[in-house]
Write a protein that binds this ligand. Structure first.
Ligand code: GRG
Length: 294
């Protein structure tokens, strides 16, 4: 299979497994489960689960990485639902359809996001109960990443900084925690499930690669926000400026922001090459993430 075929096979697997794992729309209270499915089933790129599967495949282990892949997607989807709320970024469109609070209402969107969080940890507990040491590590990694000093902390700082003067240190903190931490965790969780998952030296390299990749991803996200239409992105474009957000494009300009994305991508590739293993798919994915169009 070539790269595109491998990528669509992985995305397909994730989509199929997610459909099976989420409670059916009819399950009481149906409105809540409809809202969860509305946001989860919509066409996300499934980047984090695919990264997790690819990191596992570097040195495949005995545990099936799919439950962990779905867990990280649940946390990511909750963060998008809450990010779109009027109290946060107030976005009407997400994943090419009305955002959750637009399709339903604010209270339902808050609860859909709330419900997706324990669902992630339930997936980990049920998926890896027979390898308890791995399960505990995965729960810790995901909880730390989603917590007040990373994902939620990054989001808080992002909101606090709206309308402020651009400041590289602050922007670095926001991007590292709001965006890069989840991308780093995707690689780390996948690697933990593999045969070399307890090798701390290699895990350190995987973490560094993940952070660089996450920073590259955010720089590209900032560029797409100013260079693409809402239709192309499937979410509100030019949203950063509208919200008074500090971004790399705002701070450095487009050309330097692109250079930064390239530099972070090269750093990630270098670290992943050092990790070794069956890395052909993962390296190609990292390269393609730089040229993504949505
Ligand atoms: C509400 C705690 C909390 C956190 C929100 C996800 C997030 C943090 C903010 C979204 C705003 C944003 C533009 C973040 C930067 C990059 C990012 C996470 C983009 C969305 O991820 P994609 O492009 O989305 O992988 P899909 O829909 O493809 O899964």
């Amino acid at each position: 299979m070539n790269f595109e075929e491998q990528l669509s096979a992985k995305v397909e697997q994730v989509n199929r497994s997610l459909l099976e794992a989420l409670p059916n729309r009819e399950v009481k209270p149906a409105r809540l489960h409809e809202a969860i499915r509305h946001s989860s089933e919509a066409g996300g790129k499934r980047l984090r689960p695919v990264l997790l599967l690819a990191a596992h495949d570097l040195f495949p282990g005995t545990g099936d990485p799919m439950a962990a892949a779905l867990a990280i997607e649940c946390i990511h989807t909750y963060s998008l639902i809450h990010d779109d709320l009027p109290a946060m970024d107030d976005s009407d469109t997400r994943r090419r359809q009305p955002s959750c609070h637009k399709a339903f209402d604010e209270a339902t969107a808050i609860l859909a996001g709330d419900a997706l969080q324990p669902m992630a940890f339930e997936l980990l507990a049920k998926g890896y109960h027979n390898i308890p040491e791995v399960a505990v590590d995965l729960v810790r990694m995901l909880a730390e990443t989603a917590g007040s000093e990373q994902l939620v902390g990054g989001q808080m700082q992002d909101l606090l900084s709206e309308g402020e003067e651009p400041d590289a240190e602050n922007l670095g903190y926001i991007h590292q925690n709001k965006t890069a931490a989840m991308i780093r965790a995707s690689l780390q969780m996948g690697f933990r499930l593999g045969e070399k998952g307890v090798d701390l030296g290699l895990m350190g390299l995987v973490a560094e690669a993940g952070l660089s990749l996450g920073l590259a991803f955010q720089a590209v996200d900032d560029l797409l926000d100013v260079t693409r239409t809402s239709e192309e992105l499937g979410k509100d474009a030019a949203h950063d400026a509208e919200c008074g957000k500090v971004t790399w494009v705002g701070l450095l300009g487009e050309e330097k922001a692109r250079k930064l994305a390239t530099q972070h991508t090269e750093d990630a590739l270098g670290k992943l090459e050092e990790v070794g293993g069956d890395n052909v798919f993962l390296l190609e994915l990292v390269k393609r993430m730089l040229d993504r169009t949505h």
